[in-house]
Each structure stands twice: as C-alpha cells, then as structure tokens.
Design a protein around this ligand. Sequence first.
Ligand code: DMJ
Length: 665
Amino acid sequence: MYPPPLPPPPPPHRDFISVTLSLGESYDNSKGWRRRSCWRKWKQLSRLQRNVVILLSAFLFICGFLSYMNTADHWKALSGRSSENQKVQPDFSGPKPANPPVLPAPHTAGAAQGFPEIPPQKPRKHSRRGPPSLQIRAPDKDVKDGIQDLAEQEREELSITYREENMRRTVISWRGAVIEHELVTESPSRRADVHTQRLVPEARTLKVSAPPNKRQKAVVDAFRHAWKGYRKYAWGHDELRPLSKSFGEWFGLGLTLVDALDTMWILGLKKEFEEARKWVLQKLQFQKDVDVNLFESTIRILGGLLSTYHLTGDSLFLEKAKDFGHRLMPAFRTPSKIPYSDVNIGTGNAHPPRWTSDSTVAEVTSIQLEFRELSRLTGNEKFQEAVAEVTRCVHSLSGKKDGLVPMFINTHSGHFTHLGVYTLGARADSYYEYLLKQWIQGGKKETQLLEDYVEAIEGVKKHLLHSSEPSKLTFVGELAHGRFSAKMDHLVCFLPGTLALGAHHGLPAEHMDLAKALMETCYQMNRQMKTGLSPEIAHFNVVPQEGHQDVEVKPADRHNLLRPETVESLFYLHRCTGDSKYQDWGWEILQSFNTYTRVPTGGYSSINNVQDPQNPGPRDKMESFFLGETLKYLYLLFSDDADLLSVDAYVFNTEAHPLPIWTPS
Ligand code: DMJ
C-alpha cells in the first residue's frame, strides 16, 4: 500500500494558529517545508506565531528545569541513603536519644484526640449464661447466617485479589538492592497517616552498616542449625520434632517457615530465604478446611507475611497476607463483635473453644497491629474497623482494676468474665503491649490507647509489684480475688522491653527505672537456674529464709519452651540505654540454649527441666517462635547498629515481626 498523499504546504502567513498546529501537526509531513532552512521557517512565521513559540519554549524550559531539580534532589537523597548503607563502622555510639516527653492528655469524657469517639456503652443483650457445660454450643442462628453471608462476600473479594495478583509482576533483589516493583509507583509524599490509604513501602533497604560480628555469627550458626533440622525432617510443616526427626502439625500452614521468613532476611540467609519463598509461592494455600486460632495465626502468619512484604517489597507476601486476612474475618461475626478464638479458613465457620463461649483478653486485643496495617496496605477498612471495635469495647468495659484487665471476655455479652484475677502473664500479657505499640504505630495520636497503657502501668505498680528475698529483685506477681501470689510467668518478661520502649518514646523516666529493675529480675530467672535458662513460671521468695535464693521453681513449671521474652527485653534495654551488659546477658542465654537445647542432628528442642543440667529432658519440639522471635531478637541485640530496624521506624508485633510506624519519629 502506498502512503496517503501528503497535505499541501501551508500558506506563508497565518494570523491565527493553534499551538498544536504550529508545533507540527500540519507541517510535519510536508516535504517542501522540511527542505527549508530553520531560519527561513522562522522568518515565515507571523509575529504572533513567533511569540507563541517563544512563550512555549520558555514554558517547556522552566518545566524541564524544575523536573531536573526534583530528580537531582531525589538522587541526592538516594545516594545519601546508600552511602549510609555502605558505612563499615558501627554507628551505635550510645543510646539513641529518647523522644521528647509525652504527657498523657487529661482524660475527657468525650472522644480523646485522634481516637475514634467511644460511643456510650450500649445495653447489651443478656446472653445465655449458666454452668460451663451449657455454654458448649454452636453459634446462634443469626450469627451462623452472618457467617454464610460473609463467606460469600469474602469469596468474591478473594477472587478479585487473585485476579489482581495475576496481573502483577515483580522483580525483587536481595535485601534492598534495586527493586523493580509494579506497586512501587507512589511518591513518598503520598504515604499517608490515614489508616486505610492504599500504600506500599517506598524503599526496602535494610540498613546494614556492618558485617555481622562474632556474636551475630553465632546466632546465624544457631539459625542454620535449627533450619537444617526443619528443612530435613519437617519441611513445609508447622513444627519440627527434632528428636524423633519428624514434624508436628497445628494449622498445617508451614508455621515455622512463615514465622522465620523475615528472620532469614534480616540474618542475610539468602539461599534459605529464596527456597522458603519458593515454598510460599508454590505450596502455601489457605483454601483449606482447617481451624486456626485467630490470635496465633494473626501474629505468626499474617504478621510474618506483612513484615516480610515490608522488608522485601515482594508482592507475593502481601497477596498471601490479604488472602489470609480475608479468611480470618468471619471470626468477628459474633453478637458482641468480640471475635471467636477459632475460625475455619476454608469454610468461614468461626467458633469459640469447645468448653466456653469466652475468648481470651490478650488474644482479642493483640491482633490490632496486624489488621490495621493490612487495612493501610490494601485500602480496605474492614480489617481495621473490626479490631478497632474490639479496642473500643474493651476500653469501655467495667471490671478493670486501675487499668488491669481480667483474662477472659465473653463473645456473646462482650463483657469480661472470671472477674477478679489480674496478671501480666498468660491470657493478658500482650493486651498491655499492644496498647503502647498501637499508639506508636499510629504516630502517637491515639491518646486513648496511651492513657489506657499509662493507667495500667500504674495499676501494675499499685497491685502487682513486689520485691524478693534475699536480693530484693522487683517482680510482677498476680492478684486473685484480693490475694497476692508471688508467681511470675516467663511471659511477663516482655514487660521490661515494653516499658523501655515507652520511655524511649517519651513516657516518664520512672518507666525506664522499672524496666531496668524488671530486666535484672528476668535475667536472674535465667541465671539462678542450673541450666541458665528460665523456667516457664518462677516463684519468688518474699520472706527471708536461710539458704534460699530469690527464684524457686515448682516441678510443674520447670520446663523451658525456647521462649523469647527475656531476650526480647534485652534487645529493647540495650537499644534504649546503650548498656552493653544487656548484650552480655543475652550472650550467656544463647550459650545455654546451645548447651542444653541443641539437638546434634539438627534443630533445637524445648526441655522439661531447667534445673537438671545432666538431664534437661528434651521434649522433642521446636516452637516456631524460636526462629521467628528468639533468634531474631538475639541477632538484633548483638548488633551495635541502632539503625538496624530502628525502634523509631518500626514497631515489632508480639511475634517479633517488624511493621512500619506510620509517621516515624
Ligand atoms: C509468642 O507466640 C508470642 O510472643 C506471644 O505473644 C506469646 N507467646 C509466644 C512466645 O512465648
């Protein structure tokens, strides 16, 4: 085919002309016009045309210049960042300066600043009460119907998610080098502190300023050893059973693998990470007829996927997190909106445990960081709204004692049950942790959360603090119907770290004093045992007795599950004070883990008796949190670089998965 005939040359003079015409639309194809010299062309233009061309050129030049300046700034910023990354010397020269003091706003009856207005407590429908046996029942019909409806809605949303996923392509490099990512299109200025604006991480550079030191290498070695066992005998299963060289299943979702993803990334275990990623891509399916515990699966799986997404920028993890998050939502379809403990991620059937219609307070109040972040990343408010409703409800309940909460809450009535028992240990612990951490996550605006946290710490001081004999260790006991018990779960050892974090973010210095005192106690809970490892529960002597030490252990409580809380707090204490004694204490604990819990053929095992170094009694189980939390915190503790996952930029969920602070300080 021949090209269409060319248009005739333009008339020599035109008194009016549109910008588009003058810039070529009419003339571009004219051979005669092209042959003429530029000067002649210019001369042939009318004055008006020339002025238009001059003005346009000036305009384009200014635009071009401005855009160049922006790009230059951007590159300057980037190169600044990367030169920071290349620093070889550790830049930890003492504790990071704490943030300015934060005084809780005076309590007002109405809404607190930045926190959704708390509606007056609605009279709740009286739920069926009675002896526990009568409470074993299926959800009410209306709840069941709700679940069916929701399941359909969820299915629809999930299919959209999958369609979106198929359209995405991602090229991810290792630990923060250049990343091409379809989602990385929004400029930093579009990062918003509104909870639900859809946004993505702007840069996945993990600030690694120095190669791992000797102690960090020992952690890497421990991780590799644990992973060797998991990979060989439990690959893709929930937990390794290192002695029997087999595995245990809880949800059947590769729990250890998912929980350990971000640890591998942080420790620089590239080969292991990529093999695990492949498993997530090819094998991790949530369309399964399986009941999961809402809390445990949120903190380990949802939290693990979200933090790995943030560290890597790999949309695979976000898509998996979205899918999983949708499948957890039926748990919130209860008369009170307090979620059930369990939900079937395949059928959408949610239910309380068999023996009660109660949920655990810590469980329903320690999923907020993850659900809020999921809303922020997806732009779908339903996750955040569901957990905010729980926070509002718990905030407004009676039955607290100076900010301390009971351990159970009923999913039908929405009220606390089993009143009068207060602990910072199992079933209540992370309620307190998440009050502070949500406040930090949200940019310190939700003052109601802060007030509840500060009030609770006052409650701890008033009712639960005591000191032991002979060494006068400060410990947190329990209160049951007015009776104090000098018993402290190892789980409570999260508290020194949380207190230190709060003080770092501007809470009163007394919080730091208490953090230091409790840290010493938690260290002694390890040190005073013959294996150097803490028992599950410690009992403190409060009366001086000849030949007795401060910490004693009852036969039923002398096991150790490889839990993280002591080393978690050591990490915060070191980060916030810069005192290297905390690193030394952590080093002792790592060596005890290696001496008494390391299984030669691969993996680590929880043990039965921390007081029997000859026969600690391996229990044949490696909990997923050993890789997700314990080893991660040890690695971060031994780092002298306060910018490696800075506590001013990240908030760690209760399973040690770092999530970004929305407006970092
Ligand atoms: C972890 O799953 C979490 O730290 C949770 O908050 C408490 N229990 C374990 C670790 O001990």
